[in-house]
Design a binder for this molecule. Structure first.
Ligand code: IMP
Length: 423
């Protein structure tokens, strides 16, 4: 593995946390490369489910160095809360955590204006964490970064300019009582707390790779939510796909030598936007209950659908997937029929390639193929041969169609509940 990327191959919530947690055992360093506390990576340890939002899922593996890269947007309050929670569970976080000084800050005003923007016609069903507005400031070169916390005067001046602009743009947002100085003063205890964690993430990773250490780069959200390649504008505001990984931690693209995609055995989506294989609600309710498909960050019920091969082929292309990990196969155990979209049609004809626009994707109708369900429990399977034949046929069909080998299948929430394919 010298440098492996783990990336969501669908609309997020693929179960990347569990996969990164397992792969961390073989890594020396684990780094998050994009997104922010919009993510919710659930990792089960014993009886406990731990949900990580900003900290790499590798933190639960003792001794691993965990880094938050320049591509991530950080809400200091949330980061502090997460570290405190983990430390209360006995995880030694701070000695092992490094935060890039170039990572941008999510400030309270980002969340205030996002709440207003999401009331309007352009709503996309965000997680409400201020993600889009923090990245907007980054792209507009008006953002404040972790490194800026070391200079109060410069921070205050820039925050005041940002507030002035936002008050004009969003007169209905309650920003009257705030100011750059007030913001900084409120943040001061967190500033003191975070500055000792600052690290040159790019340098650390580069040096580690040079010394022969193994690095895991952990993505959040998924390919179809990528700012450039997702179902724009119903996307998140960062580069969730694999190309965002080296960019988001300060490595060159040739540093990466393996890309592992993660996809559920079916599909889900949270928030608004096209979802060609979405099920009618009565069917979705059954899958949602079986798969506990509720947002790990917001608790929102996820929209549910069948596996979408055109979308998965697209994810294989965009990310250059070397391998696919299929998660939550066990959720399909009870279904007598399992459907898969093998292609799309728009007005009776196949689109030439995966539609780049949400409007075109909205018009796509899936071409279905039905598989007989295996209707027995898979959760105890530990070897490929333990899986029922019908499940193996389903998986073999998927890997043939997307031309990417399936190397691991997850069959339950616990860390042991997986089948690694050998040979
Ligand atoms: P934002 O990232 O909060 O701006 O939300 C933009 C879109 O991405 C919305 O549709 C969210 O529901 C979706 N989204 C953001 N983070 C996640 C995630 O971790 N899992 C699934 N969907 C997400």
């Amino acid at each position: 593995m010298p440098c492996t990327v783990v990336v969501g191959a669908q609309w997020g919530d693929e179960g990347k946390g569990k996969i990164v947690d397992a792969l961390s055992a073989e890594a020396d360093l684990v780094a998050r490369y994009q997104g922010g506390p919009n993510a919710g990576h659930s990792v089960i340890r014993g009886e406990r489910t731990i949900v990580l939002h900003l900290i790499p899922s590798g933190i639960l593996e003792p001794g691993k160095r965990c880094l938050i890269g320049n591509g991530v947007v950080i809400d200091l309050e949330k980061l502090h809360e997460e570290v405190e929670k983990l430390e209360a569970l006995g995880v030694d976080v701070r000695p092992r955590l490094g935060v890039s000084s170039s990572a941008h800050l999510i400030l309270p005003y980002h969340k205030v204006v996002e709440a207003v923007a999401e009331q309007g016609a352009g709503a996309i069903g965000t997680t409400g964490r201020g993600i889009g507005f923090a990245y907007r400031d980054k792209a507009a070169r008006t953002g404040l970064r972790i490194g800026d916390l070391a200079d109060r005067d410069a921070f205050v001046a820039r925050a005041d300019r940002n507030l002035e602009r936002l008050r004009r743009e969003y007169p209905e947002a309650s920003l009257a009582d705030t100011s750059g100085a007030r913001l900084f003063d409120e943040l001061t205890p967190l500033v003191r707390w975070v500055l000792p964690l600052v690290s040159d993430v790019s340098y650390e990773l580069h040096s580690a790779l040079k010394a022969g250490k193994r690095v895991l780069l952990e993505g959040a959200q998924g390919t179809l939510l990528d700012l450039d390649h997702g179902t724009y504008p119903f996307v998140t505001s960062s580069s969730a796909s694999a190309a965002g990984a080296p960019l988001g931690v300060g490595l060159g693209p040739r540093a990466v030598d393996k890309v592992i995609g993660v996809a559920k055995a079916y599909a889900t989506r949270v928030g608004l936007g096209p979802f060609p294989t979405e099920m009618p609600e009565d069917e979705a309710a059954r899958l949602r209950a079986a798969g506990e498909e509720y947002g790990a960050t917001t608790g929102r019920p996820r929209r549910c659908g069948w596996l979408d091969l055109p979308a998965l082929r697209y994810a294989a292309r965009i990310n250059g997937l070397d391998e696919l990990v299929v998660t939550k196969l066990d959720v399909l155990d009870e279904f007598d029929e399992i459907r898969v979209a093998i292609d799309y049609e728009i007005d009776g004809s196949p689109p030439p390639s995966f539609p780049a626009s949400a409007a075109d994707l909205e018009r796509c109708r899936p071409v279905w193929r039905a598989f007989p369900g295996w209707q027995c429990a898979t959760t105890g399977a530990r070897a490929w041969s333990d899986l029922p034949e019908k499940a193996r046929e389903y998986l073999a069909f998927v890997e043939r169609e997307i031309d990417v080998p399936i190397t691991t299948v997850s069959v339950g929430a616990s860390r042991e509940a997986e089948v690694r394919r050998t040979g």
